[in-house]
Design a protein around this ligand. Structure first.
Ligand code: 4AD
Ligand code: MG
Length: 562
Protein backbone atom coordinates (compact mmCIF):
# COMPACT_ATOMS: atom_id res chain seq x y z
CA UNK A 1 0.00 0.00 0.00
CA UNK A 2 1.32 3.41 -0.96
CA UNK A 3 0.07 5.34 2.08
CA UNK A 4 -1.13 4.47 5.57
CA UNK A 5 -4.02 2.55 4.12
CA UNK A 6 -6.50 4.73 5.97
CA UNK A 7 -9.55 6.02 4.08
CA UNK A 8 -9.20 9.41 2.41
CA UNK A 9 -9.68 12.13 4.97
CA UNK A 10 -11.27 15.34 3.61
CA UNK A 11 -9.49 18.64 4.18
CA UNK A 12 -11.31 21.01 6.62
CA UNK A 13 -12.53 23.36 3.89
CA UNK A 14 -14.29 20.49 2.21
CA UNK A 15 -16.03 19.49 5.41
CA UNK A 16 -19.68 20.32 5.14
CA UNK A 17 -19.93 20.68 8.93
CA UNK A 18 -17.12 23.19 9.00
CA UNK A 19 -18.78 25.64 6.69
CA UNK A 20 -22.20 25.03 8.12
CA UNK A 21 -21.06 25.38 11.71
CA UNK A 22 -23.37 27.59 13.59
CA UNK A 23 -21.50 30.75 14.48
CA UNK A 24 -23.95 31.25 17.31
CA UNK A 25 -22.08 28.99 19.69
CA UNK A 26 -19.65 31.30 21.37
CA UNK A 27 -19.88 33.50 18.33
CA UNK A 28 -16.49 32.19 17.13
CA UNK A 29 -15.62 30.10 14.04
CA UNK A 30 -13.51 27.68 16.17
CA UNK A 31 -15.24 24.37 16.99
CA UNK A 32 -16.18 23.76 20.57
CA UNK A 33 -14.21 21.44 22.94
CA UNK A 34 -16.92 18.84 22.67
CA UNK A 35 -16.85 18.91 18.90
CA UNK A 36 -13.07 18.45 18.94
CA UNK A 37 -13.34 15.48 21.31
CA UNK A 38 -16.00 13.95 19.14
CA UNK A 39 -13.93 14.40 15.99
CA UNK A 40 -10.89 12.79 17.64
CA UNK A 41 -13.01 9.86 18.76
CA UNK A 42 -14.41 9.42 15.26
CA UNK A 43 -10.91 9.55 13.82
CA UNK A 44 -9.58 6.89 16.19
CA UNK A 45 -12.59 4.73 15.42
CA UNK A 46 -12.03 5.06 11.69
CA UNK A 47 -8.35 4.25 12.05
CA UNK A 48 -9.08 1.14 14.11
CA UNK A 49 -11.65 -0.03 11.60
CA UNK A 50 -9.21 0.45 8.76
CA UNK A 51 -6.53 -1.48 10.61
CA UNK A 52 -8.94 -4.32 11.27
CA UNK A 53 -9.91 -4.40 7.62
CA UNK A 54 -6.29 -4.54 6.50
CA UNK A 55 -5.53 -7.35 8.93
CA UNK A 56 -8.52 -9.34 7.78
CA UNK A 57 -7.49 -8.86 4.18
CA UNK A 58 -3.96 -10.12 4.88
CA UNK A 59 -5.32 -13.12 6.73
CA UNK A 60 -7.65 -13.91 3.90
CA UNK A 61 -4.82 -13.63 1.39
CA UNK A 62 -2.58 -15.91 3.47
CA UNK A 63 -5.38 -18.40 3.88
CA UNK A 64 -6.04 -18.36 0.16
CA UNK A 65 -2.37 -18.86 -0.60
CA UNK A 66 -2.17 -21.74 1.88
CA UNK A 67 -5.21 -23.36 0.47
CA UNK A 68 -3.67 -23.15 -2.97
CA UNK A 69 -0.28 -24.46 -1.80
CA UNK A 70 -0.41 -28.10 -2.76
CA UNK A 71 3.10 -28.61 -1.33
CA UNK A 72 2.14 -27.69 2.21
CA UNK A 73 4.20 -29.87 4.56
CA UNK A 74 6.68 -30.85 1.84
CA UNK A 75 9.00 -27.94 2.53
CA UNK A 76 9.94 -25.43 5.19
CA UNK A 77 11.52 -25.82 8.60
CA UNK A 78 12.00 -29.51 9.28
CA UNK A 79 8.80 -30.72 10.99
CA UNK A 80 9.24 -32.29 14.38
CA UNK A 81 7.17 -35.23 13.24
CA UNK A 82 9.37 -35.86 10.19
CA UNK A 83 10.10 -39.58 9.98
CA UNK A 84 13.72 -40.45 10.51
CA UNK A 85 14.21 -41.79 7.03
CA UNK A 86 17.47 -43.52 6.15
CA UNK A 87 19.93 -40.98 4.83
CA UNK A 88 22.29 -41.64 1.93
CA UNK A 89 25.77 -40.13 1.78
CA UNK A 90 26.17 -38.01 -1.32
CA UNK A 91 29.55 -39.64 -1.85
CA UNK A 92 27.83 -43.02 -2.16
CA UNK A 93 25.32 -41.96 -4.81
CA UNK A 94 25.84 -43.65 -8.16
CA UNK A 95 24.05 -44.62 -11.33
CA UNK A 96 22.64 -47.54 -9.37
CA UNK A 97 20.37 -45.01 -7.68
CA UNK A 98 18.71 -43.93 -10.96
CA UNK A 99 14.93 -43.71 -10.49
CA UNK A 100 15.26 -44.46 -6.77
CA UNK A 101 14.20 -42.15 -4.01
CA UNK A 102 16.92 -40.97 -1.63
CA UNK A 103 17.16 -38.60 1.31
CA UNK A 104 20.34 -36.62 1.81
CA UNK A 105 21.46 -34.13 4.44
CA UNK A 106 23.82 -31.55 3.00
CA UNK A 107 24.81 -27.93 2.77
CA UNK A 108 23.47 -25.66 0.11
CA UNK A 109 26.51 -24.80 -1.98
CA UNK A 110 24.40 -22.65 -4.24
CA UNK A 111 20.67 -21.92 -4.68
CA UNK A 112 19.16 -20.46 -7.79
CA UNK A 113 15.62 -19.71 -8.93
CA UNK A 114 15.46 -20.24 -12.67
CA UNK A 115 11.79 -19.34 -13.15
CA UNK A 116 8.55 -19.32 -11.16
CA UNK A 117 8.39 -23.05 -11.79
CA UNK A 118 12.02 -24.16 -11.55
CA UNK A 119 14.86 -23.83 -9.06
CA UNK A 120 18.23 -25.51 -8.55
CA UNK A 121 20.21 -26.34 -5.47
CA UNK A 122 23.81 -27.42 -5.55
CA UNK A 123 24.20 -29.64 -2.51
CA UNK A 124 27.55 -30.22 -0.85
CA UNK A 125 28.51 -32.87 1.67
CA UNK A 126 32.13 -33.13 2.84
CA UNK A 127 33.16 -31.28 -0.30
CA UNK A 128 31.26 -33.59 -2.70
CA UNK A 129 28.65 -31.81 -4.80
CA UNK A 130 25.46 -33.00 -6.44
CA UNK A 131 22.73 -30.97 -8.13
CA UNK A 132 19.11 -31.03 -7.04
CA UNK A 133 16.19 -29.65 -9.01
CA UNK A 134 12.77 -28.57 -7.82
CA UNK A 135 10.06 -28.12 -10.45
CA UNK A 136 6.48 -26.92 -9.91
CA UNK A 137 4.35 -29.90 -10.82
CA UNK A 138 1.62 -31.24 -8.56
CA UNK A 139 2.04 -31.52 -5.65
CA UNK A 140 5.16 -29.30 -5.86
CA UNK A 141 3.89 -25.72 -5.83
CA UNK A 142 5.36 -22.47 -7.09
CA UNK A 143 5.63 -21.41 -3.46
CA UNK A 144 7.84 -24.42 -2.75
CA UNK A 145 10.01 -23.67 -5.79
CA UNK A 146 10.43 -20.07 -4.67
CA UNK A 147 11.22 -21.05 -1.08
CA UNK A 148 13.73 -23.74 -2.04
CA UNK A 149 15.55 -21.54 -4.53
CA UNK A 150 15.76 -18.81 -1.92
CA UNK A 151 17.48 -20.83 0.82
CA UNK A 152 20.57 -19.03 2.07
CA UNK A 153 23.82 -20.43 0.75
CA UNK A 154 25.57 -22.71 3.27
CA UNK A 155 22.36 -23.61 5.09
CA UNK A 156 21.99 -27.28 5.97
CA UNK A 157 19.00 -28.99 4.41
CA UNK A 158 17.38 -32.38 4.28
CA UNK A 159 16.25 -33.17 0.78
CA UNK A 160 14.27 -36.15 -0.48
CA UNK A 161 13.95 -36.85 -4.17
CA UNK A 162 14.35 -39.24 -7.05
CA UNK A 163 17.78 -39.70 -8.57
CA UNK A 164 17.72 -39.18 -12.31
CA UNK A 165 20.17 -38.97 -15.16
CA UNK A 166 20.53 -35.34 -16.20
CA UNK A 167 20.02 -34.29 -19.82
CA UNK A 168 23.62 -33.13 -20.02
CA UNK A 169 26.35 -33.89 -17.48
CA UNK A 170 26.53 -31.23 -14.75
CA UNK A 171 30.06 -29.90 -15.00
CA UNK A 172 29.96 -27.93 -11.76
CA UNK A 173 28.97 -30.96 -9.68
CA UNK A 174 31.29 -33.68 -8.43
CA UNK A 175 28.68 -36.24 -9.38
CA UNK A 176 28.08 -34.94 -12.88
CA UNK A 177 25.88 -37.70 -14.16
CA UNK A 178 23.11 -37.65 -11.62
CA UNK A 179 20.64 -35.20 -10.27
CA UNK A 180 18.10 -35.31 -7.44
CA UNK A 181 14.54 -34.34 -8.39
CA UNK A 182 13.24 -32.92 -5.16
CA UNK A 183 9.98 -34.04 -3.60
CA UNK A 184 10.69 -32.69 -0.10
CA UNK A 185 13.05 -30.00 1.12
CA UNK A 186 13.49 -29.08 4.77
CA UNK A 187 15.74 -26.59 6.46
CA UNK A 188 17.80 -28.06 9.31
CA UNK A 189 20.10 -25.14 10.04
CA UNK A 190 19.96 -21.76 8.37
CA UNK A 191 23.18 -19.95 7.49
CA UNK A 192 23.44 -16.17 7.73
CA UNK A 193 22.67 -14.35 4.53
CA UNK A 194 26.06 -12.64 4.49
CA UNK A 195 29.10 -14.89 4.89
CA UNK A 196 32.59 -13.42 5.42
CA UNK A 197 33.85 -15.53 2.54
CA UNK A 198 32.25 -17.79 -0.01
CA UNK A 199 33.28 -21.43 0.20
CA UNK A 200 33.33 -21.61 -3.58
CA UNK A 201 35.84 -18.74 -3.70
CA UNK A 202 38.06 -20.65 -1.29
CA UNK A 203 38.01 -23.66 -3.60
CA UNK A 204 40.83 -22.08 -5.59
CA UNK A 205 44.31 -22.05 -4.05
CA UNK A 206 45.37 -18.88 -2.23
CA UNK A 207 47.89 -16.60 -3.92
CA UNK A 208 51.38 -17.97 -3.40
CA UNK A 209 52.62 -14.94 -1.55
CA UNK A 210 51.12 -14.43 1.90
CA UNK A 211 52.10 -10.81 1.65
CA UNK A 212 48.93 -10.02 -0.24
CA UNK A 213 46.95 -7.85 2.11
CA UNK A 214 43.25 -8.18 2.59
CA UNK A 215 40.82 -6.29 0.52
CA UNK A 216 39.19 -7.99 -2.37
CA UNK A 217 41.41 -8.91 -5.26
CA UNK A 218 40.07 -10.42 -8.41
CA UNK A 219 41.66 -13.08 -10.55
CA UNK A 220 41.77 -13.12 -14.34
CA UNK A 221 38.18 -14.36 -14.52
CA UNK A 222 36.96 -11.70 -12.12
CA UNK A 223 36.43 -14.06 -9.19
CA UNK A 224 37.62 -12.91 -5.77
CA UNK A 225 41.01 -14.22 -4.69
CA UNK A 226 40.86 -15.43 -1.14
CA UNK A 227 44.15 -14.87 0.66
CA UNK A 228 45.56 -17.37 3.11
CA UNK A 229 44.88 -14.91 5.92
CA UNK A 230 41.18 -14.66 5.04
CA UNK A 231 40.92 -18.43 4.84
CA UNK A 232 42.58 -18.93 8.20
CA UNK A 233 40.53 -16.16 9.81
CA UNK A 234 37.43 -17.99 8.55
CA UNK A 235 38.81 -21.46 8.96
CA UNK A 236 35.45 -23.16 9.55
CA UNK A 237 34.24 -22.08 6.12
CA UNK A 238 37.62 -22.89 4.61
CA UNK A 239 37.49 -26.42 6.05
CA UNK A 240 34.29 -26.99 4.08
CA UNK A 241 36.06 -26.82 0.73
CA UNK A 242 36.65 -29.99 -1.22
CA UNK A 243 40.41 -29.43 -0.93
CA UNK A 244 40.43 -28.92 2.85
CA UNK A 245 38.19 -31.94 3.26
CA UNK A 246 40.68 -34.06 1.31
CA UNK A 247 43.72 -32.64 3.16
CA UNK A 248 42.19 -33.31 6.56
CA UNK A 249 41.33 -36.90 5.55
CA UNK A 250 44.93 -37.47 4.48
CA UNK A 251 46.11 -36.02 7.81
CA UNK A 252 43.85 -38.48 9.59
CA UNK A 253 45.34 -41.20 7.37
CA UNK A 254 48.94 -40.39 8.34
CA UNK A 255 48.12 -40.66 12.03
CA UNK A 256 46.20 -43.88 11.49
CA UNK A 257 49.02 -45.45 9.48
CA UNK A 258 51.63 -44.34 12.02
CA UNK A 259 49.72 -45.83 14.93
CA UNK A 260 48.80 -48.93 12.91
CA UNK A 261 52.46 -49.63 12.15
CA UNK A 262 53.57 -48.89 15.68
CA UNK A 263 50.95 -51.03 17.39
CA UNK A 264 51.60 -53.92 14.99
CA UNK A 265 55.28 -53.75 15.88
CA UNK A 266 54.39 -54.23 19.53
CA UNK A 267 54.94 -50.60 20.55
CA UNK A 268 52.95 -49.09 23.39
CA UNK A 269 50.98 -45.89 22.93
CA UNK A 270 52.00 -43.38 25.59
CA UNK A 271 50.70 -40.01 26.71
CA UNK A 272 53.22 -37.80 28.45
CA UNK A 273 52.70 -34.46 30.13
CA UNK A 274 53.04 -31.28 28.17
CA UNK A 275 53.61 -29.20 31.29
CA UNK A 276 57.07 -29.42 32.78
CA UNK A 277 58.74 -27.80 35.76
CA UNK A 278 61.95 -27.13 33.84
CA UNK A 279 62.93 -26.35 30.28
CA UNK A 280 65.33 -29.30 30.23
CA UNK A 281 65.42 -30.02 26.51
CA UNK A 282 67.52 -26.93 26.04
CA UNK A 283 67.40 -24.03 23.67
CA UNK A 284 65.56 -20.79 24.15
CA UNK A 285 62.46 -21.78 22.21
CA UNK A 286 60.33 -22.71 25.20
CA UNK A 287 57.00 -21.22 26.28
CA UNK A 288 56.78 -20.24 29.89
CA UNK A 289 53.38 -20.47 31.60
CA UNK A 290 52.13 -19.41 34.98
CA UNK A 291 51.65 -22.44 37.20
CA UNK A 292 49.99 -21.27 40.42
CA UNK A 293 52.82 -19.58 42.30
CA UNK A 294 55.53 -21.09 40.13
CA UNK A 295 56.61 -21.15 36.53
CA UNK A 296 56.04 -24.08 34.23
CA UNK A 297 57.07 -24.74 30.64
CA UNK A 298 55.32 -26.28 27.66
CA UNK A 299 57.33 -29.24 26.43
CA UNK A 300 59.28 -28.80 23.19
CA UNK A 301 58.90 -32.52 22.46
CA UNK A 302 58.26 -35.68 24.49
CA UNK A 303 61.98 -36.45 24.16
CA UNK A 304 62.96 -36.75 27.80
CA UNK A 305 59.74 -38.50 28.79
CA UNK A 306 59.81 -41.12 26.08
CA UNK A 307 63.37 -41.94 27.15
CA UNK A 308 62.25 -42.17 30.76
CA UNK A 309 59.57 -44.63 29.61
CA UNK A 310 62.34 -46.75 28.06
CA UNK A 311 64.13 -46.59 31.43
CA UNK A 312 60.76 -47.63 32.86
CA UNK A 313 61.05 -50.94 30.94
CA UNK A 314 58.52 -50.11 28.25
CA UNK A 315 60.90 -51.19 25.43
CA UNK A 316 59.03 -49.62 22.56
CA UNK A 317 56.79 -46.57 22.84
CA UNK A 318 55.15 -43.97 20.66
CA UNK A 319 53.18 -40.82 21.18
CA UNK A 320 51.04 -38.49 19.10
CA UNK A 321 50.61 -35.11 20.69
CA UNK A 322 51.16 -31.37 20.67
CA UNK A 323 54.68 -29.98 20.56
CA UNK A 324 55.38 -26.36 21.47
CA UNK A 325 58.13 -24.16 20.09
CA UNK A 326 58.50 -20.51 21.10
CA UNK A 327 60.35 -19.81 17.90
CA UNK A 328 59.80 -16.47 16.21
CA UNK A 329 60.05 -18.12 12.80
CA UNK A 330 57.65 -16.78 10.22
CA UNK A 331 58.21 -19.26 7.43
CA UNK A 332 56.26 -21.65 5.21
CA UNK A 333 57.14 -24.58 7.49
CA UNK A 334 57.30 -23.35 11.09
CA UNK A 335 54.52 -23.38 13.64
CA UNK A 336 54.66 -22.57 17.34
CA UNK A 337 52.49 -25.60 18.03
CA UNK A 338 52.42 -28.69 15.88
CA UNK A 339 51.50 -32.34 16.18
CA UNK A 340 54.46 -34.56 16.92
CA UNK A 341 54.64 -38.25 16.08
CA UNK A 342 57.34 -39.58 18.36
CA UNK A 343 58.73 -43.02 18.95
CA UNK A 344 61.52 -44.56 20.98
CA UNK A 345 62.70 -48.16 21.13
CA UNK A 346 65.44 -50.31 22.51
CA UNK A 347 67.89 -52.16 20.26
CA UNK A 348 70.34 -54.99 20.79
CA UNK A 349 73.46 -54.42 18.72
CA UNK A 350 73.31 -51.29 16.60
CA UNK A 351 71.17 -48.17 16.32
CA UNK A 352 70.61 -48.99 12.65
CA UNK A 353 68.08 -51.57 13.89
CA UNK A 354 65.94 -48.61 14.93
CA UNK A 355 66.88 -46.48 11.92
CA UNK A 356 65.76 -49.26 9.59
CA UNK A 357 62.55 -49.62 11.55
CA UNK A 358 61.88 -45.89 11.09
CA UNK A 359 62.73 -45.98 7.38
CA UNK A 360 60.34 -48.88 6.85
CA UNK A 361 57.72 -47.00 8.87
CA UNK A 362 57.92 -43.99 6.56
CA UNK A 363 57.93 -46.11 3.40
CA UNK A 364 54.83 -47.89 4.77
CA UNK A 365 53.02 -44.64 5.57
CA UNK A 366 53.82 -43.01 2.23
CA UNK A 367 53.05 -46.10 0.14
CA UNK A 368 49.76 -46.74 1.91
CA UNK A 369 48.76 -43.08 1.72
CA UNK A 370 49.15 -43.19 -2.07
CA UNK A 371 47.04 -46.32 -2.21
CA UNK A 372 44.33 -45.66 0.38
CA UNK A 373 43.92 -41.95 -0.26
CA UNK A 374 44.15 -41.84 -4.08
CA UNK A 375 40.79 -40.09 -4.39
CA UNK A 376 41.67 -37.40 -1.85
CA UNK A 377 45.13 -36.91 -3.39
CA UNK A 378 43.46 -36.40 -6.79
CA UNK A 379 41.21 -33.74 -5.28
CA UNK A 380 44.16 -31.87 -3.72
CA UNK A 381 46.02 -32.15 -7.01
CA UNK A 382 43.39 -30.01 -8.73
CA UNK A 383 44.56 -27.05 -6.62
CA UNK A 384 48.12 -28.09 -5.84
CA UNK A 385 49.52 -29.88 -8.90
CA UNK A 386 52.45 -31.47 -7.05
CA UNK A 387 50.11 -33.44 -4.76
CA UNK A 388 50.13 -36.56 -6.86
CA UNK A 389 53.76 -36.71 -7.91
CA UNK A 390 55.53 -37.65 -4.67
CA UNK A 391 58.24 -40.11 -5.65
CA UNK A 392 58.70 -43.12 -3.42
CA UNK A 393 62.03 -44.92 -3.29
CA UNK A 394 62.19 -47.91 -5.61
CA UNK A 395 62.03 -51.41 -4.18
CA UNK A 396 60.31 -50.38 -0.96
CA UNK A 397 63.58 -49.42 0.75
CA UNK A 398 64.53 -45.91 1.81
CA UNK A 399 67.58 -44.24 0.32
CA UNK A 400 70.11 -43.65 3.10
CA UNK A 401 73.13 -41.40 2.65
CA UNK A 402 75.63 -40.09 5.12
CA UNK A 403 75.37 -36.42 6.00
CA UNK A 404 78.81 -35.80 4.55
CA UNK A 405 77.77 -37.52 1.31
CA UNK A 406 74.98 -34.98 1.10
CA UNK A 407 77.44 -32.17 1.71
CA UNK A 408 79.65 -33.60 -1.04
CA UNK A 409 76.71 -33.70 -3.49
CA UNK A 410 76.05 -30.03 -2.77
CA UNK A 411 79.72 -29.16 -3.21
CA UNK A 412 79.72 -30.99 -6.55
CA UNK A 413 76.81 -28.80 -7.58
CA UNK A 414 78.86 -25.72 -6.78
CA UNK A 415 77.31 -24.84 -3.41
CA UNK A 416 79.59 -23.22 -0.81
CA UNK A 417 79.57 -25.78 2.01
CA UNK A 418 82.72 -24.61 3.82
CA UNK A 419 80.86 -24.06 7.12
CA UNK A 420 79.30 -27.51 6.87
CA UNK A 421 82.70 -29.05 6.18
CA UNK A 422 84.01 -27.39 9.33
CA UNK A 423 80.95 -28.76 11.24
CA UNK A 424 80.03 -25.25 12.33
CA UNK A 425 76.52 -25.28 10.96
CA UNK A 426 73.80 -27.68 9.92
CA UNK A 427 72.55 -27.53 6.34
CA UNK A 428 70.51 -24.40 5.69
CA UNK A 429 66.93 -24.67 4.42
CA UNK A 430 68.08 -23.60 0.97
CA UNK A 431 70.80 -26.27 0.95
CA UNK A 432 68.34 -28.92 2.08
CA UNK A 433 65.99 -27.99 -0.74
CA UNK A 434 68.76 -28.05 -3.30
CA UNK A 435 69.98 -31.39 -2.03
CA UNK A 436 66.42 -32.67 -2.38
CA UNK A 437 66.45 -31.62 -6.01
CA UNK A 438 69.83 -33.24 -6.66
CA UNK A 439 68.72 -36.47 -5.01
CA UNK A 440 65.43 -36.52 -6.92
CA UNK A 441 67.33 -36.26 -10.18
CA UNK A 442 70.02 -38.72 -9.23
CA UNK A 443 68.03 -41.31 -7.29
CA UNK A 444 64.47 -40.66 -8.43
CA UNK A 445 63.02 -40.36 -4.91
CA UNK A 446 61.42 -37.60 -2.82
CA UNK A 447 62.06 -39.45 0.43
CA UNK A 448 65.54 -40.02 1.77
CA UNK A 449 67.57 -40.21 4.95
CA UNK A 450 70.78 -38.57 6.04
CA UNK A 451 72.70 -40.43 8.72
CA UNK A 452 75.69 -39.47 10.87
CA UNK A 453 75.28 -35.76 11.51
CA UNK A 454 78.16 -33.87 13.10
CA UNK A 455 77.93 -33.99 16.91
CA UNK A 456 78.28 -30.22 17.02
CA UNK A 457 74.84 -29.66 15.46
CA UNK A 458 72.92 -32.19 17.60
CA UNK A 459 71.48 -32.01 21.14
CA UNK A 460 73.26 -33.23 24.28
CA UNK A 461 71.40 -36.53 24.54
CA UNK A 462 72.74 -37.72 21.15
CA UNK A 463 75.22 -40.59 21.09
CA UNK A 464 78.52 -39.76 19.44
CA UNK A 465 79.76 -42.08 16.71
CA UNK A 466 82.16 -44.42 18.56
CA UNK A 467 84.32 -44.65 15.43
CA UNK A 468 84.61 -40.89 14.94
CA UNK A 469 83.28 -38.72 17.76
CA UNK A 470 83.13 -35.66 15.51
CA UNK A 471 80.04 -37.35 14.15
CA UNK A 472 77.02 -38.83 15.87
CA UNK A 473 74.64 -41.76 15.54
CA UNK A 474 71.90 -39.41 14.46
CA UNK A 475 69.74 -39.03 11.39
CA UNK A 476 67.23 -36.73 9.70
CA UNK A 477 64.50 -37.78 7.27
CA UNK A 478 63.56 -35.57 4.32
CA UNK A 479 60.59 -35.26 2.03
CA UNK A 480 60.99 -33.13 -1.11
CA UNK A 481 64.20 -31.78 0.38
CA UNK A 482 62.71 -30.60 3.69
CA UNK A 483 63.21 -32.11 7.13
CA UNK A 484 60.31 -34.12 8.52
CA UNK A 485 62.11 -36.08 11.24
CA UNK A 486 65.10 -35.89 13.52
CA UNK A 487 66.28 -38.84 15.53
CA UNK A 488 69.26 -40.52 17.05
CA UNK A 489 70.71 -43.13 19.28
CA UNK A 490 70.58 -41.67 22.78
CA UNK A 491 73.25 -41.84 25.39
CA UNK A 492 72.06 -44.39 27.94
CA UNK A 493 75.12 -44.35 30.19
CA UNK A 494 74.72 -41.80 32.99
CA UNK A 495 78.40 -40.92 33.12
CA UNK A 496 78.64 -40.41 29.35
CA UNK A 497 75.47 -38.33 29.45
CA UNK A 498 76.89 -36.03 32.11
CA UNK A 499 80.06 -35.57 30.04
CA UNK A 500 78.01 -34.77 26.95
CA UNK A 501 76.03 -32.19 28.91
CA UNK A 502 79.20 -30.52 30.11
CA UNK A 503 80.58 -30.51 26.57
CA UNK A 504 77.43 -28.61 25.52
CA UNK A 505 77.79 -26.13 28.39
CA UNK A 506 75.01 -27.65 30.52
CA UNK A 507 75.33 -28.41 34.24
CA UNK A 508 74.42 -32.05 35.00
CA UNK A 509 74.17 -31.20 38.69
CA UNK A 510 71.47 -28.60 38.20
CA UNK A 511 68.05 -29.42 39.56
CA UNK A 512 66.34 -29.34 36.17
CA UNK A 513 68.19 -32.49 35.00
CA UNK A 514 67.81 -34.42 38.24
CA UNK A 515 64.86 -36.60 37.25
CA UNK A 516 66.13 -37.22 33.73
CA UNK A 517 69.61 -38.23 34.88
CA UNK A 518 68.18 -40.42 37.64
CA UNK A 519 66.59 -42.57 34.92
CA UNK A 520 70.05 -43.43 33.57
CA UNK A 521 71.80 -43.72 36.92
CA UNK A 522 69.24 -46.41 37.74
CA UNK A 523 70.11 -48.34 34.58
CA UNK A 524 68.63 -47.97 31.09
CA UNK A 525 68.94 -50.15 27.97
CA UNK A 526 70.45 -48.84 24.70
CA UNK A 527 67.77 -47.10 22.67
CA UNK A 528 67.11 -44.80 19.75
CA UNK A 529 64.11 -43.00 18.33
CA UNK A 530 62.85 -40.06 16.44
CA UNK A 531 60.33 -37.25 16.25
CA UNK A 532 58.24 -36.52 13.17
CA UNK A 533 56.13 -33.47 12.44
CA UNK A 534 52.66 -34.47 11.25
CA UNK A 535 52.00 -31.11 9.63
CA UNK A 536 55.27 -31.24 7.72
CA UNK A 537 54.70 -34.78 6.46
CA UNK A 538 51.29 -33.71 5.19
CA UNK A 539 52.62 -30.49 3.68
CA UNK A 540 55.50 -32.08 1.81
CA UNK A 541 53.69 -35.24 0.80
CA UNK A 542 51.10 -33.09 -0.97
CA UNK A 543 53.55 -30.39 -2.05
CA UNK A 544 51.54 -27.68 -0.28
CA UNK A 545 53.20 -24.27 -0.32
CA UNK A 546 52.48 -23.55 3.33
CA UNK A 547 52.33 -25.63 6.52
CA UNK A 548 49.25 -23.67 7.62
CA UNK A 549 47.29 -25.37 4.86
CA UNK A 550 48.20 -28.66 6.54
CA UNK A 551 47.13 -27.54 10.02
CA UNK A 552 43.57 -27.28 11.30
CA UNK A 553 43.99 -24.20 13.47
CA UNK A 554 47.56 -23.04 12.94
CA UNK A 555 49.54 -21.26 15.64
CA UNK A 556 52.42 -19.07 14.62
CA UNK A 557 54.04 -15.94 16.07
CA UNK A 558 51.24 -13.81 14.56
CA UNK A 559 48.26 -16.11 14.91
CA UNK A 560 46.51 -17.32 18.03
CA UNK A 561 42.99 -17.59 16.63
CA UNK A 562 40.61 -19.11 15.69
O1 4AD B 1 63.96 -31.77 14.73
P1 4AD B 1 63.18 -31.63 16.01
O2 4AD B 1 63.31 -30.35 16.72
O3 4AD B 1 63.59 -32.84 16.89
C1 4AD B 1 63.08 -33.15 18.13
O4 4AD B 1 62.09 -32.64 18.62
C2 4AD B 1 63.75 -34.29 18.77
N1 4AD B 1 63.37 -34.32 20.19
C3 4AD B 1 63.32 -35.53 18.06
C4 4AD B 1 64.03 -36.74 18.46
O5 4AD B 1 63.40 -37.75 18.69
N2 4AD B 1 65.32 -36.68 18.52
O6 4AD B 1 61.65 -31.86 15.71
C5 4AD B 1 61.21 -33.06 15.12
C6 4AD B 1 60.35 -32.78 13.90
C7 4AD B 1 61.06 -32.04 12.78
O7 4AD B 1 61.80 -32.89 11.97
C8 4AD B 1 59.88 -31.43 12.06
O8 4AD B 1 59.24 -32.38 11.26
C9 4AD B 1 58.97 -31.07 13.19
O9 4AD B 1 59.29 -31.93 14.26
N3 4AD B 1 59.14 -29.67 13.59
C10 4AD B 1 58.28 -28.68 13.31
N4 4AD B 1 57.13 -28.65 12.63
C11 4AD B 1 56.49 -27.48 12.52
N5 4AD B 1 56.91 -26.33 13.07
C12 4AD B 1 58.07 -26.30 13.77
N6 4AD B 1 58.47 -25.18 14.33
C13 4AD B 1 58.81 -27.51 13.91
N7 4AD B 1 59.95 -27.84 14.54
C14 4AD B 1 60.13 -29.15 14.34
MG1 MG C 1 65.49 -31.45 13.56
Amino acid sequence: MADSGLPHRPKPEETPEASAAPAAEGGAAAPSKNALKKAAKEKAKAEKAAQRAAQEKAQQQAAAANAEDTAKGLYGPIPESEDLQPVTNIQQLSEEHYEKEVTVIARVDNARVQSAKLAFLMLRQQGVKVQAVVAAKEPISRQMVKWTGGINVNSIVQVTGTVKKPGVPIASATLSNLEIHISKAYLISEAAQMLPMQVKDAERPPPLSDVVEDGVQLDAEGAPIVTLKTRLDNRVLDLQTETSQAITWISSGIVQLFSEYMLKSGARWIFTSKLAGAASEGGSNVFEVKYFKRKAYLTQSPQLYKQMCIAGDMESVFEIGPVFRAEDSNTHRHLTEFTGLDFERTFRHHYHEVLEFAEDLLVFILTELKERYKDQIAVVQKSYPKAGDFKLPKGGKALRLKYMDGVALLKEAGVDVSEQERFENDLTTAMEKQLGQIIREKYDTDFYVLDKFPMAVRPFYTKADPEDPKFSNSYDFFMRGEEIMSGAQRIHDAKELEDSMRAKGLDPNSEEFEDYLAAFRQGCPPHAGGGLGLNRILQFFLGLPNIRLATLFPRDPQRLRP
